[in-house]
Design a protein around this ligand. Structure first.
Ligand code: SF4
Length: 349
């Protein structure tokens, strides 16, 4: 079974592979860049980001010497901002500590910040032909279905079991092509929904297809608890269209991105609470305030559901000297969460 799957997979890949920019290179910097961008991101969504990053920072030296704010700005919209911060810190580490040279083995690569077993195996096999099997979401799905493995893929037992099977399946003569092939097969043929089983080269031997239980695989343990948060944003506006923008420095969602003054609580803040927030910022002269939209906006993150409202506070104070003041026309230069960017795009004076 292993041999026929391996061979069929490679033939399938020859005819079906997509031409993607990171498949045309063995440059570890570009492969690493693409892998970090593609974590938790679909290829179609990640592609323009890869193009923008490789154009703005063609080498690891360019990325290392960039300002973190510029990196976050270019990353805006991709989410999981810790990936962008790790990307930048790792680039600096490679330049400062490793003279710009990427480690050339799995064991060296896995030491890098933001690089886990999957990414280390991908770079080691794609760039240096090291026989390391990759196991990403696509590989989990393909193996669970073809072999009928019911161990949850997000359990520690599952992680071990799937890695072991992927290692056995790996074509150690051609690790790069094999790894690319199995991931591409998962993404294009053995899709999460609507797998193309009728036209699949492996359907006669595939456990899930034969038993007609394709949709039941892979099995996952339900353990993610979604935290609900309510954010009330305040858009302070002075007569010259300046507003207040604040850098989120704490360990929380959107660390090092900017947002507006905020009260986080389930209940709608009272007028006194709003005045108190302004006073804390050293701003007085509230002329009028109005809720931008009656219905709160619901924004979903991987582990959190945010209910968000925006209230405009027009003040008579001049904010020019305020340390957080930014003219409305300059907001575009700041890295902000996507929901803030959407508000900025839609807000009309
Ligand atoms: S038959 Fe269907 S479920 Fe099985 S490997 Fe092929 S596409 Fe995946």
């Amino acid at each position: 079974m292993i041999e026929s799957f391996r061979k069929g997979l490679q033939q399938w890949y020859e005819f079906n592979k997509r031409s993607l920019p990171w498949r045309q290179t063995k440059n570890p910097y570009l492969i690493w860049l693409s892998e970090i961008i593609l974590q938790q991101t679909r290829v179609e969504q990640g592609l323009p980001y890869f193009e923008a990053f490789s154009k703005a920072y063609p080498t690891v030296f360019d990325l290392a010497s960039a300002k973190e704010e510029e990196v976050l700005k270019l990353w805006q919209g991709l989410g999981y901002y810790s990936r962008a911060r790790n990307l930048h810190q790792t680039a600096k580490y490679i330049v400062e500590e490793l003279k710009g040279e990427f480690p050339r083995s799995y064991d060296g690569l896995i030491q890098l910040k933001g690089v886990g077993p999957y990414t280390a195996a991908a770079i080691a096999s794609f760039c240096f032909d090291e026989p390391r099997a990759v196991v990403d979401g696509n590989v989990y799905r393909v193996l669970a279905r073809t072999y009928g493995i019911k161990t949850p893929i997000n359990s520690s037992l599952g992680v071990k079991e799937f890695q072991q099977l992927a290692n056995e399946l790996l074509d150690s003569e051609k690790p790069a092509a094999h790894n690319q092939a199995i991931m591409e097969f998962g993404s294009q043929q053995c899709k999460p929904k609507a797998a193309l089983c009728e036209k699949c080269f492996f359907n006669e031997k595939c456990y899930a297809f034969q038993k007609q239980v394709v949709a039941d695989f892979p099995v996952k343990e339900k353990k993610i608890k979604i935290k609900k948060r309510t954010l009330h944003y305040y858009i302070v506006l002075d007569p010259q269209k300046r507003t207040l923008l604040h850098k989120r420095v704490h360990k929380d969602i959107w660390q090092n991105l900017y947002d507006f003054p905020l009260i986080e609580q389930p209940l709608k803040p009272s007028f006194q609470e709003i005045v108190k927030l302004l006073a804390k910022k050293g701003v007085y002269g509230l002329r009028q305030h109005w809720l931008w939209s009656e219905d709160p906006l619901v924004h979903k993150l991987s582990h959190q559901e945010l209910s968000v409202s925006f209230t405009v506070l027009e003040v008579t104070d001049n904010l020019e000297e305020h340390k957080e003041a930014v003219h409305w026309s300059k907001l575009q230069f700041y890295a902000v969460p996507v929901l803030i960017q959407n508000f900025i795009n839609r807000f009309k004076f």
